[in-house]
Design a protein. Structure first.
Length: 143
């Protein structure tokens, strides 16, 4: 009788198994995109791959008529600037506050209980709260 053990796939099998989820997602997208576009050719929810490629080409490789800039690269640069600015500000505040708490005993006793549980909270648990706050702020500004 053959004994079953925990076998490992070979190199080709591991590569195929690693690619399988991506292949399934692409296949599902193509299937549902074609189905939606067959019912409604103007559907924007799942555009055809050709429309996606045309849009990427337009934004990445063609200059904007009004500004003369490549919109994808300009918007990417602006987003990275915001991201790095926020990272620098938060790192400065975190390092300054951490050093102050570590060096000054009165500040450690005052802020220690507040900062102690912070590493215990998973970041993914905080994200929905942050999204709600950001959306709420945007809604407040729009009215």
């Amino acid at each position: 009788m053959r004994r079953l053990n925990n076998q490992q796939p070979g190199r080709a099998g591991a590569l195929l198994l690693s690619a399988l989820p991506f292949i399934l997602v692409v296949a599902a997208y193509l299937y549902y995109s074609n189905a939606r576009l067959a019912e409604n050719p103007g559907d924007k929810l799942l555009p055809a791959p050709a429309a996606i490629a045309a849009t990427i080409h337009q934004f990445a490789l063609e200059e904007d008529e009004r500004t003369g800039e490549y919109l994808l690269w300009n918007d990417t640069r602006a987003s990275l600037e915001r991201l790095l600015t926020a990272l620098a500000i938060s790192a400065f505040i975190g390092v300054t506050l951490g050093v102050a708490i570590g060096v000054l005993p009165y500040l450690r006793h005052a802020l220690g209980p507040l900062s102690l549980p912070c590493p215990l909270i998973p970041p993914l648990a905080v994200l929905p709260i942050l999204f709600i706050v950001v959306v709420w702020e945007k809604l407040q500004k729009s009215f």
